[in-house]
Design a binder for this molecule. Structure first.
Ligand SMILES: [Zn+2]
Length: 109
């Protein structure tokens, strides 16, 4: 249910900025290391927008590939799981991209 709260906060953020507009589409970027499952956000978006000015809006999600830099060997790599681990074996990784969820655009009617 973690994603339901996240989806609600996305809806709340849009409503706060555009309280009087009819929203037709919300564009999101979800990083591979954000800990947010895009499928769950898609699932919860409908219920979370019910009775709001986002009701009936589409949801477009771009999933962003994660990039990390290793603090041990200095190499950059794409982690293949939720916990970044460098091919050299070090877990000392700084997330360069793909670590968060962002609203990139909102379309209004
Ligand atoms: Zn490394």
């Amino acid at each position: 249910m973690h994603e339901f709260g996240i989806t609600e906060s996305v809806v709340a953020a849009v409503r706060e900025r555009l309280p009087d507009a009819t929203i037709t589409c919300v564009h999101l970027e979800i990083g591979a290391l954000s800990g947010v499952a895009a499928d769950s956000v898609r699932l919860y978006f409908g219920p979370a927008t019910e009775g709001t000015n986002l009701e009936g809006a589409r949801l477009e999600i771009s999933e962003v590939v994660a990039r990390c830099r290793c603090g041990t060997c200095g190499g950059e790599f794409e982690p293949d799981g939720p916990i970044p681990l460098c091919p050299c074996g070090s877990p000392d990784a700084a997330i360069l991209s793909g670590g968060d969820l962002r609203i990139t655009a909102v379309d209004v009617a």
